[in-house]
Write a protein that binds this ligand. Structure first.
Ligand SMILES: *Cc1c(COP(=O)(O)O)cnc(C)c1O
Length: 349
């Protein structure tokens, strides 16, 4: 074994496949704004924008700095989704042809100075009550109601189509649209919305997590493989305890493998016993508390398991959602919390 390290292998071909799955659920005129905020949910902002440029129609980010990085490698539309706040920033938008969101009437004075030079997406607060201009103050931005701009909102419960807030938000969005009364473009849906409310796709959809395979839908695959090597194997008797706090006791004679990876690499410290991993194509489970740099797994039933074998924490073959659901976490958080010390490999850019 060479000096071991935890590894994150990002396969852009899997992301492109996921985007095809998304596209096959949309009407043919609908454009995809791929959301690559937060370093493309841990999949490398710049490489992702190179690798996906042929299969998406635009990019959505949060910060101006992210938008400028993408502009170095792509000429597609880029939207700064949380808006900008200074004339320097507006100048940068203009110079680099970047679109931005106006989500608050406090942004209107500056935005107005640039109204002839920039494209804006007007974000309406339809009931999520996070960002967005309220319906009661919506007429204050009437000068933004022009065909080149886009009307947008964000659903709070798109992942739960039964929730009545969806209907309220969609109705409020229609009300805003009726006030606009022109041929602006519209954008409502994130990943979950694309699968649960396909008739609200309009002109642009904004998928993030689905591109990376962090949501349950047939055909989507986790695009990152997180793995590390086994550096020790313990043969234990029945009734022996494992790891900090001695959280578990063996029920029978057991073989326990110690994996070179822990919560300091980005594996959740709160992972419970029974959380699945894969070793040599066999399913294995976490047993005992996750340490800073080590994880223990039960390999009793895995034939010929030895030091140096790789353990996959999640991958295309073991959805990141299995870990997230088992541990009451969300795939978004697992993806964006991968630590710097994990060695990166990039496939099929
Ligand atoms: C993050 C974000 C998205 C993407 O959400 P997913 O659930 O990852 O698809 C879309 N729209 C806005 C406004 C966002 O902030």
């Amino acid at each position: 074994m060479i000096e071991p390290n935890s590894e994150l292998i990002i396969d852009y071909e899997l992301i492109r496949n996921n985007i095809q799955v998304i596209r096959s659920n949309l009407h043919s005129n609908c454009k995809i704004m791929g959301i690559i905020k937060s370093n493309a949910y841990g999949h490398d902002l710049k490489k992702a924008s190179q690798a996906l440029d042929d299969v998406i129609d635009g990019y959505g980010v949060v910060r101006l700095g992210e938008a400028l990085k993408i502009r170095e490698v792509s000429s597609k539309p880029i939207l700064a989704m949380q808006g900008v706040y200074s004339s320097d920033a507006y100048d940068a938008l203009k110079k680099n042809n970047i679109w931005s969101v106006v989500h608050s009437i406090s942004q209107l004075p500056l935005a107005k100075q640039y109204q002839d030079d920039l494209l804006f997406w007007i974000k309406v607060n339809t009931g999520m009550n996070r960002l967005g201009i309220g319906l009661d103050e919506f007429d204050q931005c009437h000068w933004l109601f022009k065909d080149s701009n886009t009307l947008m909102t964000h659903l709070a419960c798109a992942d739960n189509p039964e929730d009545e807030l969806n209907n309220t938000q969609l109705k409020n969005f229609d009300d805003a649209w009726n006030q606009v009364a022109n041929s602006m473009q519209r954008s409502v849906l994130n990943s979950a919305g694309i699968f649960n409310f396909p008739d609200q796709a309009y002109d642009w959809v904004r998928p993030g997590i689905a591109m990376y395979g962090g949501i349950d839908f047939p055909g989507l695959k986790t695009a990152m493989t997180f793995r590390s090597q086994i550096i020790s194997i313990q043969s234990l008797d029945k009734d022996e305890r494992i790891g900090y706090g001695g959280r578990v006791k063996t029920k029978k004679p057991s073989k326990i493998a110690i994996v070179y990876c822990g919560y300091a690499d980005g594996f959740p410290q709160t992972a419970i016993d029974g959380t699945s991993v894969i070793v040599n194509s066999y399913q294995s489970q976490i047993i005992g508390r996750v340490s800073m740099d080590l994880i223990s797994i039960d390999v009793t039933e895995i034939p010929d398991c030895k030091i140096g074998d790789w353990c996959e924490l999640w991958s295309a073959d073991l959805s990141i959602l299995e870990n997230a659901k088992k541990n009451h976490l969300i795939s978004y958080e697992l993806m964006t919390k991968m630590s710097q010390r994990v060695k990166r490999q990039y496939l099929n850019i």
